[in-house]
Ligand binder design. Structure first.
Ligand code: 5AD
Ligand code: FES
Length: 344
């Protein structure tokens, strides 16, 4: 199995059957080798730099009903909120002072956030902080909406494809959602000149190795600048409450594989990874990750952006994720970059 890790390191690709073997192996020597190669590959392009993204969770209202997600519209227990323009601006002010040069506005698909509203917030952020990148993560919107927000100054867009297999996609989403539309959005975003992020959950219910291979092949076709993956974590008020979550070992193997297949991609060590293991994000950084996304949302709303159970960084003690993450990054042997952190 170690020869597969080596082949992937040397060539950047494997056949489906080789990928399958590498994804499924629980051999610890292979895991360690993948980790080493992934770290070497990341250091060749990015050195020891880790880029920070200030995550502002703008709304927990969502018109969608993804079966895995705690803020799905069918969850009547969810305590909903949306941030005002002033609250968003004050998150940015606070974040700029903490050294963030990217702001990510993420939220459910909330029709309150019209194009007019978003465009005026984006322009205000770009005017006040011209040296910062604005990233959006607001789900599926129209081509025209993506276009207007791009023209208003947005730089990047995160939209995980969630599952590149029709069969799995339809088990994770309600009938009115479609993989074809999700992919169309991603290609539109790319065409409009956004730096695009796609990705999927690891260990989602019904997910097989073949589904994961389909995800990797789709990513090769899309060639996104960013790839977000994290373990599936069940949420108690969803149809998947009783399902088991994704594992640390599989998530780390996939992070290593992604780094070797996409040497220059921006790869976050996600909050979900930090949720399933206390040192999950540090292990991610050592396995090819080069981005972390500290929570910048006002503390009073953090518990309400409740995608999955036991999400970290939601308590009073997490008021300052920036400092916490800096310590974690440095303890793992890396350094916080002061740059915007565009894909090279
Ligand atoms: N576990 C892990 N990740 C989740 N997401 C949504 N619900 C869950 C969950 N239960 C992820 C989705 C989405 C991103 C914002 O959060 O992949 O794209
Ligand atoms: Fe948020 Fe540690 S990063 S509390």
């Amino acid at each position: 199995m170690t020869e597969l890790a080596e082949k992937l390191y040397n060539t950047g690709d494997l056949s489906d059957s080789e990928l399958k073997a590498l994804i499924e192996t629980d051999n610890s020597e292979t895991a360690e080798l993948l980790r080493r190669y992934a770290d070497e590959t990341r250091q060749k392009s990015y050195g020891k730099k880790v880029f920070l993204r200030g995550l502002i969770e703008v709304s927990s209202y969502c018109r969608n009903d993804c079966l895995y997600c705690g803020i799905r519209r069918s969850n009547k227990e969810a305590d909903r909120y949306r941030l005002s323009r002033e609250e968003i601006m004050s998150c940015c002010e606070n974040g700029y002072g903490l050294g963030f040069r990217t702001f990510v506005m993420q939220g459910g698909e909330d029709s309150f956030f019209t194009d007019d509203f978003m465009c005026s917030v984006i322009s205000e952020i770009k005017e006040k902080y011209p040296d910062c990148a604005v990233t959006l993560s607001l789900g599926e919107r129209s081509y025209d909406s993506y276009k207007r927000m791009k023209e208003a100054g947005a730089d990047r867009y995160l939209l995980r494809h969630e599952a590149a297999s029709e069969e799995l996609y339809s088990k994770l989403h309600p009938a009115e959602m479609s993989l074809a539309h999700r992919k169309e959005c991603l290609f539109q975003l790319r065409e409009l000149g956004y730096q695009v992020g796609a990705g999927f959950m690891v260990g989602a219910p019904y997910q097989t190795t073949d589904h994961i291979i389909a995800d990797l092949r789709f990513l090769q076709e899309l060639r996104p600048q960013m790839i977000g993956i994290g373990p599936f974590v069940p949420h108690h008020n969803t149809p998947f409450a009783e399902e088991s979550g994704g594992t640390l070992a599989l998530t780390l193997r996939l992070l290593g594989i992604l780094r070797l297949m996409f040497p220059k991609v921006l790869l976050p060590a996600t909050t979900a990874l930090g949720t399933i293991a206390p040192n999950g994000r540090e292990l991610g950084l050592k396995t090819g990750c080069n981005v972390v996304m500290p929570n910048l949302s006002p503390v009073k709303v953090r518990k309400k952006y409740d995608l999955y159970d036991n999400k970290i960084c939601t308590g009073e003690e997490a008021a300052e994720c920036r400092g916490c993450l800096q310590r974690r990054i440095e303890s793992a042997g890396y350094e916080v970059s002061a740059e915007r952190g565009d894909c090279i």
